[in-house]
Each structure stands twice: as C-alpha cells, then as structure tokens.
Ligand binder design. Structure first.
Ligand SMILES: *[C@@H]1O[C@H](CO)[C@@H](O)[C@H](O)[C@H]1NC(C)=O
Ligand SMILES: *[C@@H]1O[C@H](CO)[C@@H](O)[C@H](O)[C@H]1NC(C)=O
Ligand SMILES: *[C@@H]1O[C@H](CO)[C@@H](O)[C@H](O)[C@H]1NC(C)=O
Length: 475
C-alpha cells in the first residue's frame, strides 16, 4: 500500500515535470524562432537543462537519489561538444552510467549535431527499460590507424543488458572507407591468416554495433552506415526485435555484413532496408527461432545461414523463417553454406515469398563452402534437413538453383514449391545449368526453369536416421 502511494506521488510528480518541460520548451522554441540561429539555440537550451537539476556534473552524484525531474540524460549536459571533432566518448559513457541507475531512463544524443566516439562499451546491468535515443550522428574515428589496438573487436559494445531499446532518427557512421580501400573485392579479408592488407591497417576490423549477452533488446528506426566490418551483431543473446532500420555500405565494401546473429534465440528482424557489400542478414551457429521478414536486401550477398562447421566445429541452427523479402542486384538470394568436416545440424528452415531482381544465384545450398582455393574433401558434415524454398520468383544472372549437398550425408526433406525464375536480360552471357547434387525431398509446381523438376531425389529414409544422430550433438 505504502509502495503504491509513493508510486502515485512519483507519477503525479513526473506528470507535473512533463507539463513544466512542455511549457519550457514552447518558450524556448518561440525564442528560437525569434532568432533562428542554431548555435544560439543550443547555447540557450543548455543552461535551462542545468537549472532543472539533472546531473550537471560529469561525476556521478554521491547519493543516487531518485530523479525529481525528467528521466532524460542529454549527453550535452555531460560535457559532449557535438562538433564531430572533440572526443565525446566520455560524455556518453557518464550519461549512460547515470541513466543506468534509473528505471525507464533515456540517454539522448540530440539531433543536428555530430559526435565523435572512440570505441566504447555501454554495459549493464541497468534498471529496466533503459533507452538510448540517437537523433544526431555518431561517427567513429576516421583513420584506421588511430584505433586503439586493444579495441578492434567493435566500435560500440552493448553488454549485459536487459529490456533495452536503441532507437532514434539518427545515424551511426562507422567511417569504414579507410578500412576497405586497401583491399580489392576479389580478394576477401583472410580470417585464416589474419593477414593485413597494409602495415597501416590492423589485421582485425571492428564491427560497428555489437550486443553481447543481452536479453529483450529492441533496435529500431536508426541508420547504421559504413561499418569497417559487420554493421549490427548480436552474440549470445535472446529476445531481439529489430525493425525499421537502415543499413548502408557500398556494394564493393568487403565483409560488411548487415546483421549478424550468433548464439542468439528468439529474434525478429523486420521492415528494414539493408544495402551492403556482404550478407544482408547472416545467421551463424547457435541460433534458433529467428524470423526475418519484410526486408529490402541489395546490393549485398543475400540472406545466409553459415558458413557453418568451420575447422571441424559443431554447428546447430534451427527454426529459421525468412519471408516477404525483396532482393535486388545481390550475388546470392536464399543460401545455406557449410564447411566440409563440420558436425551438428541445420533443421527446419523456410524461405518464402522472396522476390528477386537480377540475383546471380537465387537458391543455394553449398556444403563445400571454402574461402581458399581448395579445401580438403571430408566425410563429416553439418547435416541439413528440412529446408523449404517456397514462392521464390524473379530474375537470375547465373544459376537458378545450386544444391550441392555432402557426398556422405545428403540433404533431406528439401522442398521446392512454386519456384519461378527467369534469366535476367542483363547477364545473358553468364548463364549456367542448375546444380543438383545429393538432395532428397519433394517439388511442387509451378517450377521454372523446368529442369528444377529433376533436382530433388525421392526417398532417403535411411539417411534421415543418420542425420538424427547429428542432431543429438545440438542439445
Ligand atoms: C523485459 O521484457 C520482457 C519482454 O517484453 C518482459 O517479459 C520482462 O518482464 C521484462 N523484464 C523486466 C525486468 O522488466
Ligand atoms: C521509421 O524510422 C524513420 C526514421 O527514423 C522514422 O521517421 C519513421 O517514423 C519510422 N517509422 C515507423 C513506422 O516507426
Ligand atoms: C572432392 O570431391 C569432389 C566431388 O566428389 C571432387 O570433384 C574433387 O575433385 C575432390 N577434391 C579433392 C581435393 O579431392
């Protein structure tokens, strides 16, 4: 009861504060209209914020009293300059630490300003329902050589968060061009040797935004552009909602995956626009219950599962739905790739309603994936079972379908339903026959080109039993 009453009081108080805030802001905007000089306006807003008593000094207050006014922690009040030249990392980190202690707080990166951030970590645990609202632009250091050698894994690292939202109308710019230029797109970055392209570029390239070990995370509305490597990565996490975001990097930027998932469950990625030099969405080992839908992908390498099973590792991926996708000028469309010699299983995957415009290889299962010139043939493989390709239509540049399953462990329960692929007028010289190797399942018309009718073998009952033994490795 007592608790309830104090909540009521807090609520009333917050309501009052909101009203006061609105009034204050109306006054400010009237003033601003009078002398619409932007710099003036910023200067005016700052002191007002200070007088409202929200953490005005960069050092955390000794007694963490509950907020008496707004729950918004504007990084300008924590010493950020917003000129794109001064390092504003510390201001963001301190604003974050203060907001982290308050339930339902928002850290605000205000619009129209540009903030230079060095690599940093924003970590929990925090009070629930924390929001980072990015309306301005965050930029990474431009020179690859100026990145601290110890922080090459990512630019912005979110760690150990629960019930957190990243949103806003702003942009996160990874300034990747310096990291890309020294490589040609025909020579992808070599993870094997971790060879650098030049002595000025470190061997490792950072992901722009990474979530690690975080649950119930929402990312929406923002733009992430020009990452040195992957743009948005979720690792070891659960309950992820991504919607209405834009990811953009040039077609020839190497290894710039859009969204990368690893050891992550219960994911929804929707209504977003992804243009990159690599996979639009890449689903790696340890992922399950992933739903990707209403995505515009391209340029890029399509939506992929894998490469799985590298260096004889065990890979497990299950319950993946990719549907209502538009792919334009991508190298691949719907793809699963595994390395020879791996173990584990990919099961229950559905690619549905995918519209293609000039996609080189629209449908692909490649169990001979290899980024070197040649890889050794192995008998072990990550087993693939239960993959549905349904309502996939549009134009292709090279091969309508490429199903290259393991010699020793064929793919089972592969379904081709309503596939209508026509050669693109743009790429007539490149056309190749479909490849269909060691894949069991059923097809259902209409199927175009008609050669697809002979792609799948029927039967495969005994193989399924062997496949199931691989599944036990996944629990
Ligand atoms: C976090 O969000 C999830 C899903 O919205 C909800 O079930 C859970 O209760 C929330 N946890 C907290 C601590 O607010
Ligand atoms: C999507 O994001 C943009 C850019 O931030 C925003 O203007 C728009 O309102 C958002 N749309 C929805 C449906 O939330
Ligand atoms: C591996 O197997 C494939 C298919 O059977 C064969 O074409 C290829 O020559 C083999 N490669 C090596 C390196 O043995």
């Amino acid at each position: 009861m007592k608790r309830n009453r104090s909540f009521c009081q807090l609520f009333l108080l917050s309501f009052l504060v909101i009203v006061i805030t609105i009034i204050t802001f109306s006054i400010i905007s009237v003033e601003a209209r009078k002398n619409n000089h932007r710099q003036n306006m910023i200067n005016k807003r700052l002191p007002k914020r200070h007088t409202r008593g929200r953490a005005t000094s960069p050092s955390p207050s000794p007694s963490p009293s509950p907020p008496l006014s707004t729950n918004t922690f504007d990084i300008m009040s924590f010493g950020a300059k917003g000129n794109g030249i001064s390092d504003d990392s510390q201001a963001l980190v301190v604003a974050w630490r203060s907001a982290c202690k308050v339930g339902g707080a928002t850290v605000l990166v205000p619009s129209k300003l540009k903030f230079l951030l060095k690599p940093l970590t924003l970590q929990g645990p925090c009070m629930p329902d924390l929001t980072l609202q990015i309306d301005g632009t965050l930029v990474a250091p431009e020179e690859a050589s100026s990145w601290p050698k110890s922080s090459l894994y990512q630019w912005i690292n979110f760690k150990w968060l629960q019930n957190f939202t990243l949103k806003g109308s702003g942009t996160l710019d990874g300034q990747g061009s310096n990291w890309w230029t020294t490589s040609s797109s025909s020579e992808p970055y070599n993870y094997e040797t971790q060879k650098s392209y030049s002595k000025h570029i470190p061997y490792m390239k950072p992901t722009a935004v990474r979530f690690y070990s975080s649950n119930h995370i929402t990312v929406r509305d923002i733009r992430i552009i020009n990452s040195p490597l992957c743009h948005l990565k979720f690792d070891n996490s659960k309950g992820i909602q991504v919607s209405n975001i834009t990811i953009s990097s040039p077609q020839n930027s190497p290894n710039t995956d859009g969204i990368h998932l690893q050891n992550t469950h219960d994911v929804q990625i929707q209504h977003s626009d992804i243009q990159t030099g690599d996979d639009c969405v890449s689903i790696q080992t340890g992922c399950s219950k992933v739903h990707v839908h209403h995505i515009m992908c391209g340029p890029g390498h399509g939506i992929s599962l894998g490469g799985l099973g590298k260096d004889k590792s065990v890979a497990c991926v299950s319950d993946i739905i990719v549907e209502d996708i538009s792919m334009k000028n991508t190298l691949y469309g719907a793809r699963i790739k595994t390395w020879q010699g791996g173990n584990g299983m990919v099961k229950n995957v559905r690619f549905s309603r995918i519209q293609l415009y000039d996609v080189m290889y629209p449908i692909m299962i490649d169990q001979y994936y290899c980024d070197k010139h040649a890889c050794k043939n192995e008998t072990e493989a990550v087993v693939i079972s239960g993959v549905k390709f349904n309502q996939i239509s549009g134009t292709y540049g090279v091969q309508p379908i490429h199903l290259a399953c393991s010699n020793s462990l064929p793919c089972t329960d592969v379904d081709l339903i309503d596939i209508q692929l026509r050669p693109s007028i743009k790429y007539q010289g490149l056309l190749q026959q479909a490849v269909c190797w060691n894949s069991y399942g059923t097809s259902q018309g209409p199927l175009l080109p008609s050669s697809i009718h002979y792609c799948l073998r029927s039967g495969g009952g005994s193989i399924k039993r062997i496949a199931r033994s691989h599944d036990t490795l996944c629990y």
